[in-house]
Design a protein around this ligand. Structure first.
Ligand code: ADP
Length: 309
């Protein structure tokens, strides 16, 4: 499958690199308003191909997106240290309106994946601007946050992250909700397995993991200015699910009619992903405080988008 990447900055190039290293695409094309940057990323990643799977690399204008099955939207202005994702909104919304019409002209059949922040609102901006059905405009949402949750919980338990299941739902940002009540190890509830292993899941352990997930982006931005490897790997995982019609369950942001008492909002829930995009949404089992937190997070997003359309 051919994958287009608009925005060849840190996130776009990390996605391209991860896609090449995992052998997810037959062709990757970079588009950026900084044409020299797009070319440089193409050339650098091209040199990784002999160490990975075969893949054609390209860079150019929007016309080079022709034939893409998926286009990743990673264009935008980077989050500054200490800046909230929501404050990025107006700057990035402007960039998007320009980008979407070009993408639709040259890759009308592509599924759009939105990675630019604030990702939930940018997903709705992209869906509205593109006129595509919501299931074909997928925001990365809490894809990475759920991976962080699983990685931290797995480390605490001494179990492989692949065998630890837990969702982060709601906004990709400060108000996101770690769904502790539905976390599983293998197929068993977390508390039961932790007790068997003799590992504490006390309030302070939960608080530490919660902080580790929720504040991860801020910490990484403080140390290196932006985050890119985690989301790049997540994007490659998502493209693979689409390419192979995997029906994988991933937490992703998609414009949804009703979520936790809020109507018509793009927010992350567990979604089943295949070749057609999001093929269904799973309703998680949450305890009442988690539902309340999901409601607050979703309502906050709805409020932040007010006035945009
Ligand atoms: P991030 O860390 O989110 O990847 P970067 O600043 O590294 O942020 O990358 C964002 C990229 O998006 C930059 O390379 C920038 O040139 C590109 N970009 C910004 N506006 C547009 C646009 N209108 N069309 C194409 N690319 C754009």
């Amino acid at each position: 499958m051919k994958v287009g990447i608009v925005g060849a900055g840190m996130v776009g190039s990390a996605a391209g690199f991860a896609i090449v290293m995992r052998g997810v695409a037959s062709e990757v094309v970079f588009v950026d308003r900084n044409a020299a940057l797009a070319q440089a990323q193409r050339e650098d990643i091209h040199h990784a191909v002999p160490f990975a799977q075969s893949c054609k690399l390209g860079a150019g204008g929007y016309e080079s997106l022709q034939g893409a099955g998926v286009v990743i939207l990673a264009a935008g202005v980077a989050q500054k240290p200490g800046e909230s994702r929501l404050s990025l909104l107006s700057r990035n919304a402007e960039v998007f309106s320009e980008v979407i019409s070009q993408v639709r002209t040259y890759a009308p059949d592509a599924i759009l994946i939105v990675a630019s922040n604030p990702v939930d609102i940018m997903t709705e901006v992209a869906q509205r601007a593109s006129g595509l059905p919501p299931e074909r405009v997928i925001g990365t949402g809490t894809l990475l946050d759920s991976a962080r949750f699983r990685a931290l919980l797995a480390g605490h338990l001494g179990i492989a992250a692949h065998s630890v299941h837990g969702f982060v739902l709601g906004e990709h940002g400060d108000s996101e909700v770690l769904a502790w009540s539905s976390a599983r190890v293998g197929a068993e509830p977390l508390d039961r397995i932790a007790a068997q292993l003799g590992v504490d899941i006390t309030e302070s352990v939960r608080a530490k993991i919660d902080e580790g997930v929720r504040r991860a982006a801020y910490r990484i931005i403080e140390g290196k200015g932006a985050t890119w490897y985690g989301i790049g790997a997540g994007l490659a995982r998502l493209v693979l699910a689409i390419r192979d019609d995997q029906r994988a369950v991933l937490t992703l942001s998609v414009r949804t009619p009703h979520v936790a008492g809020v109507d018509d909002v793009a927010v992350s829930l567990p979604r089943v992903v295949g070749a057609a995009g999001v093929v269904s949404t799973l309703i998680p089992s949450l305890d009442p405080p988690e539902w309340e937190a999901l409601h607050r997070s979703t309502a906050l997003l709805k409020e932040s988008a007010k006035g945009l359309w």
